[in-house]
Design a protein around this ligand. Sequence first.
Ligand code: IPM
Ligand code: MN
Length: 353
Amino acid sequence: MYRIAVIPGDGIGPEVVREGLKVLEAAASRTELRYELEHYDLGGERYLRTGEALPDSVLEELRGFDAIYLGAVGHPDVAPGVLEKGLLLRIRFELDQYVNLRPVKLYPGVETPLRDKGPEDIDFVVVRENTEGLYSGMGGIQYKGTPHEVSTQIHMTTRFGAERCIRFAFELCRKRNREKKLTLCAKTNVLTYVHDTWWRAFNEVGEADYPDITRDYAHVDATTMWMVKNPEWFDVIVTENMFGDIITDLGAMIQGGLGVAAGGNINPQGVSMFEPIGGSAPKYTGLNVACPIAAISAVQMLLEALGEEDAARRIESAVERALVSGRIKSLAAGQMGLSTSEVGDLVAGYAGE
Ligand code: IPM
Ligand code: MN
């Protein structure tokens, strides 16, 4: 019996999470999977009501679950950074979810803006470091509001942090067993300290323990170019936190948009958290028009992390069937031709067959 914490969060989060849970239930009805859910009221509304983004006691409770399922974080009436730092990043850091795993996979039936590219070309995974880099929170502002204002935001890399992320990526690459190519995405020609640490960790770990994996390197600017021009070159990409944030939004676009892009915040030894990466999309809130596929795929990733392969495969194939069914006109919010809940019903129907 798994215990799953559910944080629907802000904006369209609750709407898409509802559909993810519908599909989970359908898949469970056909497998041995047993679980119980605990819902947590966290996010912008709660913050505006109580001034708390994530009470310490709730954080402690979260440590006791098998997994966390998150909808979205971000509220138009809350200043930028408050919920992001106070809730999302706090969970990532405190639960030491040191990998942000983002598959970039174009499913058949989904339109990509890349001309002449299809599902056989767009199928790779980005392993984003999730606890360091520019997200460390180090730095500050001096002489604020004066002409002498100085601000710093420090990119912090530790050898330990880079290496554990790199090892995860090598293992994943081996497990995928496709091209067996791991690309390090960095900027070694400019970030000559922090990315030197990454570069040496990458090569030392690869040489010592992963002779079967081909090591590849691309600067981050070139990576964005190849992702558009030759996405078929990638198998697994490993990268630091901020670069990973940026390239995975590009990845989401080439796989069909934020409506299909899911991600996992992984602590392989601890509690991991899964989410659609699209954010709260305030302008679509409550309209039942947002695409729930990303949230459904996040459930698939959650089940994979728990080792529930049968249920995970059942959800992925249900998603695939829904996407080729011709019933969903587009994955853009408001243009699906179906409502959020109708798309959820469609996928749940296949998952429960
Ligand atoms: C993401 C988001 C977050 C990030 C924000 C909301 C803090 O953009 O998960 O990619 O930058 O990591
Ligand atoms: Mn992002």
